[in-house]
Structure formats: structure tokens, C-alpha cells
Design a binder for this molecule. Sequence first.
Ligand SMILES: C[S@@+](CC[C@H](N)C(=O)[O-])C[C@H]1O[C@@H](n2cnc3c(N)ncnc32)[C@H](O)[C@@H]1O
Length: 216
Amino acid sequence: MRLHEARRDLYRRLAREQGFKSRAAFKLIEANEKYGFIQEGDAVVDFGAAPGGWLQVCSRVVGPSGRVVGVDLHEIRLKERGVVTLTMDVNDPRVADKVLQAAGGKADVVLSDLAPSVSGVWELDQTRQADLTLRVIELAGPLLKDGGSAFMKLFEGERSPEVRDAMRRGFETVRAVKPAASRSASSELYYYCGGWRGGLSGVSSKAALSEATPSL
Ligand SMILES: C[S@@+](CC[C@H](N)C(=O)[O-])C[C@H]1O[C@@H](n2cnc3c(N)ncnc32)[C@H](O)[C@@H]1O
């Protein structure tokens, strides 16, 4: 067995033992241990949340006084305390309103583990994933409290500099993170972003452009 397969199996086993829906849970646990961006009592929004590993981690950290909202194309079945889920596309123009309603106001933290269905053509997958991440940075405008944090996945590729620029415009601090539970061979990286500047970050995703352009 290769090292990365052994590590994947280890995190799968740990996830099963600790009752997490996915081994992805350990990526968030590790990053939060380092940067402490999710705290007791926080309101957290998680984009691309199915099957729900990150939501479970958030629910445990924020406790009874916190609130967690998960959004995914796929329905999420979780019984965790304080978790509300929305079955929606992040590009749906109603998503910000629905999330605000579910969270009861702006969030302290926005998370994104969004990944498109893999086509097998790397350039296409990377560009689609970059669009999803840009959409999340854009949604931080209406959804994230000033000074709030984000933790987001990005497939590294040609469009990474564009996405990192958008992160730096929106946040005071941007740090790349490669959690141990993320396969070293995979080109996914995560970014911890702290200190949301609020207001306009100058990001325009495809969804925003089509919302702003009336159909002729
Ligand atoms: C890697 S999984 C997330 C795993 C999750 N963090 C966990 O801990 O269980 C990526 C998710 O992104 C979702 N996704 C992809 N495109 C989306 C979109 N446009 N809107 C909402 N969710 C999307 C997929 O359905 C998939 O469930």
C-alpha cells in the first residue's frame, strides 16, 4: 500500500470511529486548531457542505449558543444540534437571502469545500472550481460580519493567482494551508482568510455578472 493510500485509510477509520460523515472533517479540525477561526457561539456558513463532516465539526465547536448553516446541491441528512441545511446551488441568486434567514443574520465565519463533479479534464475542473471559490468570496459581502474569517478550498492551477488576489482584496490576512488529511498528491490547497474588510471586494463571479446583465 502506498503512503497516501495508508493515510487516506487512516483518516477514513478515524472518521468512522469519531462519528464523522467524511474524512474531510480532519482538514477543518487541523486548520481550526492552528488558526482558531471557529469559536464557541459563532454563526458559521458552510458552502459545499455534503455529506456533512465539516458541519459536524462546526456544531461541536460552536456549541448550543452557535448556529451552523450548510449549503449544497445535494440534500444533507444530519441530526446535529444547531445545524440548518439548504439544498441549493451557490450560484442561485436567492442563496444570500436564504442563508441570512437561516443563520438569523451575518456570519462570523464562511467555509467552502466546494468542488465540481470531476470531468477528468484538469483545466476544466480547475476553472470551474475557481469560479465556485470566487462566488464564495463574493457572497462574503452580504453574509460575513466585518472582521470575520473564511476557510476555503482552491484547486491550484492557472486561475489561482486571480482567486488569491480576490482573497487579498477582501481579507487582511491570507494563509495557504495543506492539511495532513488532504492527499499530498492532490492539487487542492486551503486558504485561511482573516479580517474581512467588508464592503466591496471587487470580485465578480460569472453568477454575479449574469445576475447584473438583464436578458435581452
Ligand atoms: C468535497 S465535497 C464537501 C465535503 C464536506 N466539506 C464534508 O466535510 O463532508 C464538495 C461538495 O461541493 C458541492 N457542490 C459542488 N458544486 C456546488 C454548487 N454549485 N452549489 C452547491 N454545492 C456544490 C458538491 O455537491 C459536494 O457535496
